[in-house]
Design a protein around this ligand. Structure first.
Ligand code: ZN
Ligand code: ZN
Length: 372
């Protein structure tokens, strides 16, 4: 569940084949033929508005999906399905982990959620069960991951890396930046392409893009570069470079000062509310930078970090800056502000010059106010 590995198989597994976690959640899931809230009400036309909130659902790629590698683009590894039938995805609603309690009404095939009725008017039901709701489809899917890293970074997404949560948040943020870039490139609505995150079988973070339409409209196949080889560069990498509209809109002074992590002008939308509190557009841009060229340094010298790190460190105590390294002092201890992508080896090399006592990553530092 940590890594989003999902299979509909009935066999029991004791260990996740992707992240090796022993914590496997097995749930009875069903796909209803239809939903109805009131069987006695008059039938009305759909007015185009959903009254339910879709943010408790999560998008997962089925373990049976068969994605094939295409030519890499710069430092991006790209996989996609050539035939829609090989891209099986699920939208799963576990009711925030609580599942839905349903029971069958006598003499019908209808299952109802008894708790939805007024307490004094609950119907008799039998065959009660706890279920998750699942909607599955096959469509165009494209998965993106980072190929190479330098010793400066460690993007290991497993819990053995103390920054694994920030790394996951970075990939999800990059995913939504990519959604914006792709939809602008293809001139389509962002609702046409959905974004998912998983840890793949090589134990790497992977962003997958899913076409909204059943069987797909062909976007992912086009984006894969199988037809025109310059498409992946133009859709996934170029939009995050200087002088490109998406990059420049993120870099606007007003956005930089007002958006410390994410907002509706960068990575947020109504459908990704479950990620609003963790997404971080600056970390997303750092991944876009690694996707372009793994040899570019990842630190706070990037233009989008510059004023932000100064604001954060000035708010804390006694900031000092040497060679683009930020150290704050608290209780006579020197604390190095680190980037969540930095490897332990890289932090050790900084230790030999800066002699700090502790480290604090910038995402945690942001959440602190004056006193630490
Ligand atoms: Zn796993
Ligand atoms: Zn923003």
């Amino acid at each position: 569940m940590n890594c989003n590995y999902t299979t509909l198989a009935k066999d029991t597994i004791t260990k996740c084949p992707h992240c090796e976690s022993p914590h496997i959640t097995t749930t009875e899931a069903c796909t209803p033929l239809g939903f109805c809230t009131d069987y006695d009400a008059d039938i009305k036309d759909f007015n185009g508005r959903f009254d339910f909130q879709p943010y408790t659902t999560s998008l997962t790629l089925d373990a049976e999906a068969k994605l094939e590698y295409t030519a890499p683009c710069h430092n991006l590894t790209i996989k996609s399905n050539i035939l829609p039938k090989n891209g099986l995805v699920h939208q799963i609603n576990t009711n925030d982990g609580k599942l839905f309690k349903v029971g069958r009404l006598p003499d019908t095939n209808r299952y109802v959620a008894k708790e939805a009725y007024p307490p004094n008017n609950q119907p008799y039901t039998f065959d009660e069960k706890q279920i998750a709701l699942i909607a599955s489809k096959t469509t165009g899917v494209l998965a993106l991951s980072i190929n190479k890293q330098t010793p400066q970074t460690d993007l290991n997404p497993l819990p053995s890396n103390q920054n694994h949560e920030e790394i996951k948040a970075a990939f999800i943020s990059w995913g939504y930046l990519l959604q914006r870039a792709i939809c602008s490139y293809l001139d389509i609505e962002t609702s046409e392409i959905e974004v998912g995150y998983q840890i793949n079988k090589n134990k790497q973070s992977e962003i997958f893009l899913v076409e909204r339409l059943e069987n797909g409209a062909g976007y992912c196949n086009y984006l894969s570069g199988r037809i025109f080889e310059d498409v992946p560069y133009n859709a996934f990498i170029k939009p995050f470079q200087e002088n490109q509209p998406i990059y420049e809109s993120l870099m606007q002074q007003e956005h930089q000062t007002q958006c410390s992590s994410s907002c509706y002008d960068c990575t947020r939308d109504f459908y990704n509310q479950q990620h609003h509190s963790t997404m971080h557009w600056r970390l997303g841009l750092d991944l876009a930078k690694i996707a372009h060229d793994p040899n570019q340094p990842i630190d706070f010298t990037a233009p989008y970090w510059h004023s932000h790190i100064q604001t954060i460190t000035n708010r804390l105590k006694n900031p000092t800056k040497t060679n683009n390294t930020y150290i704050i002092t608290h209780n006579n201890q020197k604390i190095l502000i680190t980037h969540p992508f930095w490897s332990t080896e890289y932090i050790q090399t900084l230790q030999t010059t800066h002699h700090f006592d502790k480290t604090l990553n910038i995402i945690k530092a942001e959440k602190l106010t004056k006193e630490i």
